[in-house]
Design a protein around this ligand. Structure first.
Ligand code: 5AD
Ligand code: SF4
Length: 445
């Protein structure tokens, strides 16, 4: 049998891109390519890219320079750019980066084998068509690089929210949901392979909707179906848009032990004035009401968020509103970013990127310090509590320790004893930092 060619995929950006890279590996595997973890062995290098902030694109550009050197030494090497940057820049990328052979956007991965043939015959190849219905539902992703315990399942693609700052609706196209049966089947398959946790992914999972034979499946129903795969399969989801987070969903989460008590609810800003400019379609009051509802239905639920500092027109007053909201919400975790203007977005067209870089940086420092304090407060409250931890692997610092996560998505480290990845272990928390909980196994009596 002829040996398969080797592909190395480097993934940038969000969980959705990690999931896409697995779909890409699967498509290529069926066309005589196998993944390699060693870039130097690769016949083909793909970079699955992100455009969300300018620095994400700059990182890819830098890496491309390194790949250029590699290609000079090995001229047969094929280099392809996939994902959001490919979609955003299209042919321009081929003009700017002469050593790129192939460009494919997020909806064009089925055409990769044909594009590679084109490259094989000496041409450059490009496909950046967006689709209204592509969900890759029938493709069984290859999961080689993960931990074998936790996996992502993409349940929808695209986004039509058009937040003023965001490039995603332009790079990932129209919102579309995937057939629920294919989602449940994928979860079953993963469980049989030994996976114990799935995260259902979409830009706004609360707007998931599938209609077939006059039956409409919405997200709470889909979530319930996935929980039924097995009580030992944990289910997470991301991301929820605050405007669509319903009490129905909270009730479903409360009703099932294997739905993790952790909600990622990006607020972006604590100022209603900023939220309006950002086109988020909710106010500070709406958001705080949603958080109160989470606390009511799910008293032990962790809440995490995304925050942008220095969006167009943001004043010190707006910034203070963000800090006060953070303290009020007592976030367990936050992803925090400086606003980066993206070409062709609503904000780029309508507003001036007018907050000076020094102010953006200082405000980012302020919110990072605030979150550091809140994460530590949150973790300290857990000392003395017992959590069921799903073991994900052996601690990098010590082979005698294991790490895993509790339902609230917090990392827990404890002594290994006889356990292995995939086990559920009851751990009593003894100490913490802002980032980690440490504890000891509780023996069942
Ligand atoms: N600049 C900075 N952060 C951004 N995000 C999205 N677009 C931008 C931008 N232009 C952040 C948001 C979003 C997260 C995935 O990235 O907080 O929730
Ligand atoms: Fe993911 Fe958005 Fe980056 Fe695209 S631009 S990879 S959707 S984070």
């Amino acid at each position: 049998m002829e040996e398969k060619k080797k592909v190395y995929i480097e993934t940038y950006g969000c969980q959705m891109n990690i999931s896409d890279s697995e779909i890409i590996e699967s498509i290529l595997y069926n066309h005589d390519y196998e993944p390699t973890a060693d870039m130097k062995m690769a016949d083909l290098i793909f970079m699955n890219t992100c455009s969300i902030r300018d620095n994400a694109e700059q990182r890819v550009r830098k890496r491309l320079n390194e790949l250029h050197a590699l290609k000079r030494r090995k001229p047969s090497l094929v280099i392809g750019i996939l994902g959001c940057m490919a979609e955003r820049l299209k042919e321009k990328l081929l003009e700017e980066e002469k050593h790129i052979d192939l460009i494919a956007g997020p909806d064009a991965y089925r055409s990769l084998p044909q594009l590679l043939e084109q490259v094989g015959s000496g041409q450059k190849a490009i496909n950046t068509l967006l689709s209204a219905d592509e969900t890759y539902a029938d493709i069984n992703p290859v999961r080689l690089s993960g931990n074998g315990i936790t996996a992502f399942i993409s349940i929808m693609r695209g986004c039509e929210n058009f937040c003023a700052y965001c490039v995603v609706p332009y790079t990932r196209g129209k919102e579309r949901s995937r057939n629920p049966k294919s989602i449940v089947d994928e979860a079953k398959g993963l469980f049989q392979q030994g996976f114990r946790e799935v995260t259902l992914l979409g830009q706004n999972v609360n707007s998931y909707r599938w209609e077939e034979n006059e039956i409409i499946t919405k997200f709470p129903m889909l979530l319930e179906e996935v929980t039924r795969v097995d009580p030992k399969l944990r289910v997470r989801f991301a991301t929820s848009h605050p405007k669509d987070l319903s009490d129905d969903l909270l009730k479903v989460i409360a009703a099932h032990d294997n739905i993790c008590k952790s909600i990622h609810l990006p607020v972006q800003s604590g100022s209603s004035r900023m939220l309006k400019l950002m086109n988020r379609n909710y106010t500070r009051e709406w958001y705080t009401e949603r958080v109160e509802s989470i606390r009511k239905h799910l008293p032990d639920c962790a809440i995490s968020t995304d925050i942008i500092t220095g969006f167009s027109g943001e004043t010190e007053e707006d910034h203070k509103d963000t800090l006060s909201l953070m303290r009020w919400a007592e976030y367990d975790y936050a992803f925090m970013f400086k606003y980066s203007e993206r070409p062709n977005t609503i904000a780029a067209k309508k507003y001036k990127d007018d907050v000076p870089e020094t102010d953006k940086s200082r405000r980012l420092d302020d919110i990072i310090a605030m979150q550091q304090e809140l994460s530590l407060i949150s973790n300290k409250k857990d000392v003395g509590k017992v959590f069921e931890v799903l073991v994900e692997g052996v601690s990098k610092r010590s082979s005698e320790k294991l790490y895993g996560r509790n339902s609230q998505n917090k990392v827990v480290v404890f002594l290994r004893a006889h356990h292995n990845p995939g086990d559920y272990v009851k751990v009593r928390i003894e100490s913490c930092t802002a980032a980690t909980l440490r504890g000891a196994e509780v023996q069942d009596t």
